[in-house]
Design a protein around this ligand. Structure first.
Ligand code: SF4
Length: 310
């Protein structure tokens, strides 16, 4: 099994979503992706993680899938090329999450040829909602038709590429019906997240509103994957743009950080954060598609009880 490492390569983004959690504690230094040497060093440290975790936790990771996240992942084309080159040296598989707005023919070719999976963050197909969420530049909202065209082009070049969609449900999109749109994009998985109050509580939704959204999309149950807060906590291995592990803070809004991997080494830095290997493995194996057709399904009942919806 591959160990998935989510590297948030930059905080910079061309959009300003109100709930954006890509905001890390600043230090007066450049993000790692702007230095080829630092990228190389980080990749080398990351390559040690499977054997470190196998020894510590008795698991059997065989490789790494490096998932590039932002900010907007494809904001800096040259730096992305440096990362791809360095990651290939260690035989990492590559995937990425993007808002899709900056893709062009050149980037699409690179992604199709070098990445096994690409996830698009799309919360809404409505201009008004996208404007209110902040997914707009100078009052021009993202054009979801263009993202559809990008997906078609990716599939033409690489029919095997895995396409996923991520949506964050909040006050501005909670009542929408995305059934037709998601069906048209035909992703292998649609990850639906209840907005987490990492940065702000404003415009968040309650469990009942989230469940109503899921239920409205129950025809897509085979591809919907939804995680509650407990399942997400400590089950992701995440690195920030300065090369620190981070996790959602257990005590307040914001994050807890390790020291910098490039300074203290990956093993010491890993010891400074909580990473629940068993939760990670459970999530990777199960990827709990919700059986939404019946509220009597054991899976949905378990999920409902954990999220206090019943
Ligand atoms: S598109 Fe993503 S990274 Fe950019 S502001 Fe919105 S949530 Fe943040």
């Amino acid at each position: 099994m591959d160990l998935v490492i989510n590297w948030h390569i930059t905080e910079a983004c061309n959009y300003k979503c109100f709930y954006c959690f890509a905001k890390w504690q600043q230090k007066n230094q450049r993000e790692i992706l702007h230095s080829k040497q630092n990228i190389q060093q980080l990749m080398q440290e990351i390559s040690l993680l499977p054997s470190i975790l196998n020894t510590k936790s008795g698991c059997s990771f065989t490789g790494v899938r490096l998932n590039l996240v932002g900010g907007e992942t494809f904001l800096y084309k040259h730096q992305i090329l440096d990362i791809i080159k360095a990651a290939k040296k260690y035989h990492f598989k590559l995937s990425a999450i993007t808002n899709g707005s900056l893709l062009n023919d050149e980037l699409i070719k690179i992604i199709a040829n070098e990445f096994s999976m690409i996830g698009f963050s799309i919360d809404s197909t409505h201009s008004e909602s996208n404007l209110r969420i902040g997914r707009a530049i100078k009052n021009i909202p993202i054009e979801t038709d263009k993202i559809y065209a990008h997906i078609q082009n990716l599939r033409t070049i690489n029919p095997k590429i895995d396409i996923k969609i991520n949506s964050v449900i909040n006050q501005f999109n909670k009542d929408e019906d995305l059934n037709d749109f998601i069906r048209k994009l035909s992703p292998s998985k649609w990850k639906v997240f209840k907005m987490l109050p990492v940065i702000t509580n404003d415009y968040s939704i309650n469990d009942s509103e989230f469940y109503a959204f899921l239920e409205r999309h129950s025809d897509l149950e085979d591809i919907i994957s939804s995680e509650n807060n407990d399942e997400m906590t400590h089950s992701y291995l995440m690195i920030d743009p300065l090369g620190r592990f981070f996790q959602n803070s257990s005590t307040s809004c914001g994050y807890d950080y390790s020291s910098e991997i490039l300074i203290s080494g990956v093993s010491s830095a890993l010891d400074e954060i909580k990473f629940d290997v068993s939760k990670f493995i459970k999530r990777s194996k199960l990827i709990p598609n919700l059986n939404l057709n019946t509220r009597n399904s054991p899976l949905i009942n378990e999920w409902l009880s954990r999220t206090h919806l019943t």
